[in-house]
Design a protein around this ligand. Structure first.
Ligand SMILES: O=C(O)CCC(=O)C(=O)O
Length: 391
């Protein structure tokens, strides 16, 4: 084929990939298209050319029981959080623990009294997270025409359906579609969220509100674990801050060893609360090895984002993570990303800076971040690295 004939064919191919991997799979696939094949060094390392070179390693992250935060064990739980944020940049919060709902309610003073005088706890009930996963599954099962209504190249659109990591910039695509929902302030964004399935908005809104409440509770614990006296100012700013809910859909992949669901990246915000279904896929970089996080259904994986690493002046680590796909089971995860207001300047807390601990990061803002990501592939830890002060 002459070059003049190849160009239109490639353009047509690329248009097909822009429609997302779910659309591609729905039309039947037996092999991974070249567009999704990662260079060998970046592929999942447990297989190369179908040979097992390393057994897959699983990691049980420290499991934090927030119910213990209000009891005599509080200092111990805070130390566990501090240790987890330094060592892994990750921990898990068990929401299966019936006491957790009670604690969240007490913490937020959100107990609802019903007519018969019964007090019902109003924390994150197991059903809220189960319903969220379930309605998100139904969203991704809708026909392409319905899902594609939300496709947009505008990064600040209140709702955005997309594919890969950055479908405009990525040379090699990831095996992932996503639905990104701006969530705070909720009344401003909710009317833009998908109206189909018909219960999507109400279930996703409940989920967004309750994860925001969990975030607020965790922020207070994290600031205390940093031993910052009077961290209230930062906590209040974060309460007014941004929340973006990202629903990730990873369809089964015919050749999972050749591709990735998400490339290695760190999260831009302060803290991410990740809900996964029961299919494993999340890996974190721990001591230079990729280790798989065991999913605990109904629990949350919590990770330090770039802003917390900056705010803590490097004490807590925003760690690289990535997602593997598999050949049999679809996987859904829901990441709730929280941070300061988009207009804030993020900098090391003055309480963690002194003559022995000079600031390690430049002040940074959202405009700088957007300029950065729109100029290159936002992979690895580049953005955070670019904000480090090197002497
Ligand atoms: O799907 C996952 O387990 C991780 C998702 C993730 O890393 C993200 O949304 O930033």
């Amino acid at each position: 084929m002459s070059p003049s004939m190849i160009a239109p064919v490639m353009e047509e191919e690329n248009k097909k990939y822009q429609k997302g991997v779910k659309h591609l799979c729905d039309n039947g696939l037996t092999k991974v298209p070249t567009k999704y094949i990662w260079p060998e060094p970046d592929r999942p390392i447990f297989t190369i050319s179908d040979k097992l070179i390393k057994p897959k390693q699983n990691l049980k992250l420290p499991l934090i029981d927030f119910a213990e935060l209000l009891g005599p064990n509080r200092p111990h739980v805070l130390r566990t959080i501090a240790e987890a944020c330094k060592t892994y940049g990750f921990f898990q919060v068990g929401s299966q623990n019936p006491k957790l709902h009670e604690v969240i309610s007490r913490f937020l003073a959100k107990q609802v009294s019903y007519g018969n005088g019964q007090v019902v706890n109003h924390g994150m009930e197991g059903d809220v997270s189960k319903n969220m996963i379930e309605v998100c599954k139904r969203f991704f099962e809708l026909p392409y025409e319905e899902r594609s209504k939300y496709m947009s190249s505008d990064m600040s659109a209140p709702v955005r359906y997309g594919t890969s990591f950055n479908q405009i910039k990525d040379n090699v695509f990831c095996w992932r579609d996503f639905l990104k929902l701006y969530a705070h302030p909720l009344p401003e964004y909710l009317p833009h969220w998908p109206s189909s399935p018909s219960d999507f908005r109400s279930l996703a809104a409940t989920y967004a509100k309750e994860t925001k409440e969990m975030f607020e509770m965790m922020v207070r614990a994290i600031l205390e674990s940093l031993e910052i006296d009077g961290g209230d100012e930062a906590a209040e700013e974060l309460e007014e801050g941004s929340q973006v809910v990202v629903v990730n859909c990873y369809p089964p992949c015919p050749e999972p060893e050749l591709t990735l669901g998400m490339p290695p990246h760190s999260d831009y915000g302060f803290l991410t609360l990740l809900l996964q279904d029961d299919v494993e896929g999340l890996q974190i970089l721990y001591r230079d090895e990729w280790v798989t996080v065991d999913p605990i259904p109904g629990s949350f994986v919590v990770n330090v984002g770039d802003h917390l690493e900056i705010f803590s002046n490097g004490r807590y680590k925003s760690v690289l993570h990535r997602v593997l796909v598999n050949s049999t089971k679809p996987r859904i995860s829901v990441a709730s990303l929280h941070s300061f207001p988009l207009t804030s300047v993020v900098k090391p807390s003055p309480k963690l800076v002194d003559e022995h601990n000079p600031p390690q990061y430049m002040d940074t803002d959202f405009t700088t971040f957007l300029r950065y990501v729109s100029s290159r592939e936002p992979k690895w830890k580049n953005f955070l690295e670019s904000r480090k002060i090197t002497i």
